[in-house]
Design a protein around this ligand. Structure first.
Ligand code: MSP
Length: 483
């Protein structure tokens, strides 16, 4: 039996989830569901990243402790997984004892590559990122808004000898031992290696930021939030001795956004090599969601909470839009208008209508009896290939191509005409459609699990129940609840 481990990035809890977080969780969920269906022993890890200055500052501004504040926001991320049917196997919190203890153990393991030094440079608390003065100059040109928030810092902290592993990590990426998908991101990270990798700061002085995991043996320092957050991918498996760690490491696919590529493709592999652990197989890098072409921003009303969409159109429509209409591995855009068009057109007209008319013809002409279904095996090669290449959009397009094909088949065969003069062929046509629908539902399941199981409910028993037709009912002119 194959094993499959997929891990999504763990979001910060400085704010409630938005549709960008949803995209990531949904993509990782498809991989988990697909591999479970293939019979692979599967582990899907999700969770929250809870330490660091950005979170403690937010808690302070609200007058609550970071612990309390984190608990509240974590609940909203757990809700997100519920409303979107995200089938994680474990939800890791970086404040939980297992993570904290394991992170301290890892720190000690890494001791041969850790040294104390003085850091002079810049810090971006919003991204929790150390930057050099040169990085600062580049940011000044490209993103003055970001430049304005950079803090100049000079402090004693611990460094990790990342430079010692740069060549090995670079080679792993060049040879696709560590595959970075899509290739544009692979090129981007290789360009970074060309410029060279320096050692990195991995702690912060406690008097500046106290909300972090204590550095073993030094009461004055806490771990740099990114350094311990990356460790979640193995602490969640119970590293070093947990059974899950033995079964599932190395990770098969990390699902991360384009803004955190460097952490996952340069720093994390360096840490793993220092620990003597194998590297992940693949890092899948998705793009960013914009809203009406603009960066999501709460103050401009474009930081859309997933529930705003789900409460109107349902979770399956939300999953569909983000998997099919955000090109996998690239940026994508959301507008209410486009969403509604896709909902009514692709889900309502193509799929909903197909299910509805098939069921109602069976009821009308054959008292709901489907009859002997032929085995309608179809070629699933392009579908499997699309998933292997992490092209969720193409896989789903293939599935909907099959639905369109069935609609066309019904239009050509005209069961309503057959009902008058050729009931034998009518029965064959309807049985073929049902059989194909049931087969296609298997391919649909990782993407739209509820819809797949509804199709099974309607046609799976051989007799269509009194079907009420509530498959993606039409919704007109809905716009954002806030508008
Ligand atoms: N806490 C870090 C990740 C640590 S992983 C060891 C972090 N958190 S985050 O909340 O800022 O982002 C979490 C994920 O959401 C990242 O992969 C990020 O790329 C993704 N997204 C954040 N905004 C996004 C969009 N607008 N669109 C798509 N994904 C986005 O980074």
């Amino acid at each position: 039996m194959n094993k499959f481990y997929v891990a999504a990035a763990i979001p910060y809890v400085n704010d409630v989830p938005h549709i960008g977080h949803a995209l990531e969780a949904i993509q990782a969920d498809v991989l988990a569901r697909y591999h479970r269906q293939q019979g692979d022993q599967t582990f899907f890890s999700y969770g929250t990243d809870e330490h660091g200055g950005k979170i403690s500052e937010k808690a302070t501004s609200l007058g609550v402790s970071p612990e309390r504040y984190a608990d509240q926001v974590v609940a909203s991320f757990v809700d997100l997984t519920k409303i979107l049917d995200i089938s994680y196997d474990r939800f890791v919190r970086t404040t939980e004892a297992q993570h904290v203890q394991s992170a301290q153990f890892i720190w000690k393991q890494l001791a041969p590559y850790i040294y104390k030094g003085s850091y002079k440079g810049l810090y971006d608390q919003k991204e929790e990122e150390f930057l050099t003065i040169e990085d600062g100059q580049e940011i000044k040109r490209k993103d003055p808004e970001r430049f304005a928030r950079l803090q100049a810092i000079e402090e004693e902290n611990y460094f990790f000898k990342l430079s010692a592993f740069a060549e090995k990590v670079k080679q792993a990426i060049e040879t696709d031992t560590l595959k970075i998908v899509p290739s544009t991101r692979r090129n981007e990270i290789l360009a970074l290696f060309e410029r060279g990798l320096t050692d990195i700061s991995i702690s912060r002085p406690k008097d500046k930021i106290s909300w972090g995991i204590p550095v073993p043996g030094d009461d004055n320092q806490v771990m740099y939030v990114w350094f311990e957050a990356l460790m979640n991918y193995i602490t969640t498996l119970g590293y070093p001795n947990g059974e899950n760690f033995k079964t599932f490491w190395p990770c098969d696919v990390h699902v991360v956004g384009k803004d955190i590529l460097r952490f996952h493709a340069a720093i994390w592999p360096g840490m793993l090599l220092a620990l003597g652990l194998p590297l992940p197989s693949t890092i899948f890098v998705h793009g960013f969601i914009t809203v009406g072409g603009r960066k999501m921003s709460k103050s401009e009303g474009t930081g859309i909470p997933p529930m705003d969409i789900v409460s109107v159109y349902g979770s399956e429509a939300m999953r569909y839009y983000f998997l099919r209409h955000v090109p996998s591995g690239e940026d994508g855009d959301f507008t209410w208008e486009k969403f509604e068009r896709v909902y009514n057109g692709e889900l309502g007209n193509e799929l909903g209508n197909l299910v509805q008319r098939t069921a109602s013809m069976l009821n009308k002409y054959q008292q709901g009896m489907i009859g002997a279904m032929p085995s309608a095996e179809h070629d699933r090669g392009p579908y499997d290939e699309a998933i292997a290449n992490l092209r969720f959009d193409r896989a789903l397009e293939y599935v909907f191509g099959l639905f369109r094909g069935l609609n066309q088949y019904i239009d050509e065969e005209k069961p309503w005409v057959l009902a008058k003069d050729d009931t034998e062929h009518l029965s064959e046509v309807l049985a073929y459609v049902c059989s194909s629908l049931l087969q296609t539902a298997i391919l649909l399941e990782p993407f739209l699990p509820k819809t797949a199981s509804k199709i099974n409910e309607v046609f799976g028993s051989g007799v269509v129940k009194n079907y009420d037709g509530a498959f993606f009912p039409r919704i007109e002119n809905h716009s954002s609840p806030k508008h």
